[in-house]
Design a protein around this ligand. Structure first.
Ligand code: MSP
Length: 655
């Protein structure tokens, strides 16, 4: 252990019930970014993550899979570790709640709380949500279901131990009021006080007899410890709390930051502080509840088929690109919508274009005009000084943003410098300076300024993107460790003239956005289809109750006959045809993805079937007002546009 200031940061421990999705990666990426930033700025960092492996849900899933719970979790945990490796999540320790060190620690904590009468034996009757492993009171239920996940709850009654939360309620309210930074962002403090603490805490049921897959209460047969008491304890059992080897605990506790998603703030800011206080231990300095990454406005869920697979994204775009997107796209406390479009556009514009261009242009010009050796700067002009000033002053604001977990803002600032550098290239026009031998010193200054700014940028992005900086250093010829350190961002001019640049591969390959989005969209549709209840299990032509729609619903569809006045291919879109249609006295434009089945001119004059009241949608900048109906084979090899047999005026209704 070193004498640097210590910094202990944790992620929640993840349920190993399924493959983790990009939302889980969000939390770990943020924690890893923070851990790296703290290391870079001179802290002795301990970064803990792990898995939360007990409970009824796992027990059931293992049973369904025909394996023991242990075998079930072992396999998933191995996959989670692989994912963190792929995403460069560089943790100090990975705790599993099935580790013996943890189980023993929890038993000790439980016993101590029981011995001092903070835990007592009683009878529990309440509503239990199995997926969330949470008990709810009648009042907390939403439409009779779990207020967190909306799923049905079960009535449960059994002998159980209870933890005296109520005894500590007033103490906790006071503590939170006295420590306004304990729960962040501030809005979550108000939520905890107003929704949970001030209305009054009930004692918490902390043991179960119906669940076998849990940590046994060692002084009472058949009882297992409630999963949240089990899980929360990980933050200290991992440090050896309560054992003869508790050096890590002594050194690193209390945690500086528990990073958690907003839905589990309540466990971390009510149950956990009360546990710690009852045990006579100090509280973590801060619990930060970050927002969710949502899709189509809702939570990602496997059953909806809308989970985004981080492995696929990292393999396709690199883990640095995915990490950058996650940290840049949304302010850390808020929810943010995940879209393929936002992801691809960010990677293309910020990484391939802005950052990639700065490095590749600077290196290419040093090669071309100075034989690959970074030139020494001559006299700086006002223009140079303006840029130097921005670069040199950046660290202070970035440091403040990072310390406040404003990752997105820190990156925005760094990208502002990158933008200034790219503008500086256009303003100084090095390629014109290169034409005149007398301008060579000026050219040297310009290229030096650019390479040095690229170096500063590389150091600053390293907590978010751990791989890219080395590639930039390699290209601009930075080798000394002191030029890669955080301190080195505070002083412009550390890059040594005569350093050898090396032109390398593009940092981030440019993406054909349209093609890429088409591909990702296809993958998304396929995932959705795979998640939908297996249609093929149903005999053809037989409908389940769920397939049937009411006549009122059918009546909402306005199907009409339309006449094709004009039809042409949409430029640069392989699939799309643009139709001009006449519908009675009106005309409208409709796009249809059928270009590979028809030559457009053969459709002119046909009477087709149009769904006329579909909400208009812009595709490739063209507004499409309606949809043409087609018949297609299941494998999409054949497709026919529906046309109306015989002569009937356009505008006629189809019913
Ligand atoms: N096992 C508990 C935590 C116990 S900590 C003592 C748990 N596990 S979890 O796997 O469901 O979630 C782990 C973390 O992932 C939570 O912080 C949760 O908020 C986060 N996320 C899961 N889906 C998410 C998004 N879609 N977006 C952002 N974070 C999300 O809760």
């Amino acid at each position: 252990m070193s004498d640097k200031p210590k910094y202990y940061i944790t992620t929640p421990i993840y349920y190993p019930s399924d493959n983790l999705h990009i939302g889980h990666s969000y939390c770990s990426t943020a924690a890893d970014t923070m851990a790296r930033f703290k290391r870079l700025t001179g802290h002795d960092v301990y970064f803990l993550t792990g898995t939360d492996e007990h409970g009824q849900k796992i027990e059931r899933k293992a049973k369904d899979a025909g394996v023991t719970p242990q075998a079930y979790v072992d396999k998933i945990v191995a996959g989670i570790k692989d994912l963190w490796k792929l995403m460069d999540i560089d943790y100090s320790d990975f705790i599993r709640t099935t580790d013996e060190r943890h189980m023993k620690g929890v038993q000790k904590i439980f016993k101590q709380l029981y011995d001092q009468d903070d835990i007592y034996l009683g009878q529990y009757e309440g509503w239990y949500c199995t997926p969330c492993e949470a008990f709810w009171t009648e009042l907390q239920l939403k439409d009779g279901c779990c207020p967190d996940c909306g799923r049905p709850v079960e009535r449960m009654r059994e002998d159980a131990y209870f933890f005296r939360l109520s005894k500590y309620q007033d103490w906790l309210i006071q503590y939170i009021e006295d420590h306004p930074d304990f729960i962040q962002p501030n809005s979550r403090t108000a939520e905890m006080l107003n929704n949970f603490l001030r209305p009054g805490l009930q004692d918490l049921c902390v043991s179960r007899t119906s669940i076998k897959w849990g940590i046994p209460v060692d002084f009472m047969p058949n009882h297992t410890v409630y999963v949240w008491i089990d899980a929360l304890s990980n933050y200290i059992t991992a440090l050896g709390y309560g054992t003869d080897h508790d050096e890590l605990y002594q050194h690193y506790w209390p945690a500086d930051l528990h990073l958690v998603g907003k839905e589990i703030v309540r466990f971390h800011t009510i149950i956990w502080p009360i546990m710690l206080h009852a045990l006579g231990l100090p509280l973590p300095k801060q619990v930060f509840g970050h927002g969710w990454l949502v899709i189509d406005g809702g939570k990602m869920s496997k059953s909806k088929g809308n989970v985004v697979d981080p492995i696929r994204l990292c393999e396709r775009y690199s883990s640095d690109a995915v990490r950058y997107f996650l940290m840049r796209e949304m302010p850390f406390g808020s929810d943010g919508e995940f879209t393929n479009e936002a992801l691809v556009k960010r990677i293309n514009s910020d990484l391939a274009n802005d950052l990639g261009n700065l490095v590749s242009r600077s290196v290419a010009m040093v090669e071309k005009y100075f034989g690959g050796a970074v030139p020494a700067p001559d006299a700086y002009t006002d223009l140079d000084n303006e840029l130097i000033h921005e670069a040199e002053g950046l660290w202070e604001a970035v440091e403040a943003d990072m310390n406040a977990l404003n990752f997105s803002q820190a990156l925005t600032r760094i990208w502002h410098l990158i933008g200034s550098c790219n503008r500086y290239i256009d303003q100084t026009t090095p390629w014109i300076l290169a034409k005149n031998e007398a301008d060579k010193p000026r050219l040297g200054t310009v290229l030096y300024v650019l390479c040095e700014c690229a170096r500063i940028v590389a150091v600053m992005i390293s907590p978010v993107m751990p791989r890219t900086p080395e590639r930039i250093f390699e290209q601009i010829g930075v080798t000394q460790p002191e030029s890669k350190a955080w301190e080195s961002t505070k002083k412009f001019g550390l890059l040594k003239p005569e350093s050898r640049v090396h032109k390398g591969d593009a940092l981030f390959p440019r993406i054909d956005v349209e093609k890429e989005l088409e591909l990702l969209e296809k993958e998304r549709e396929a995932a959705k289809a795979a998640a939908a209840p297996a249609a093929e299990e149903k005999p053809e032509g037989v409908f389940t109750q769920r397939d049937l729609i009411a006549y009122d619903d059918f009546e909402k569809l306005q199907l009409v006959v339309a006449k094709v006045l004009a039809c042409e291919k949409v430029p640069k879109a392989d699939k799309l045809l643009q139709f001009r249609l006449k519908v009675g006295n009106t005309e409208r434009t409709v796009l249809s993805g059928i270009a590979k089945y028809y030559a457009p001119e053969t459709l002119i004059g046909k009477k087709v079937v149009l769904l006329s009241n579909l909400a208009p949608r812009k595709i490739r900048g063209i507004e499409s007002c309606g949809m043409l109906l087609c018949a297609a084979t299941a494998d999409d090899t054949q497709l026919k546009l529906l046309t109306v047999d015989g002569d009937i005026p356009d505008g006629s209704a189809i019913s």
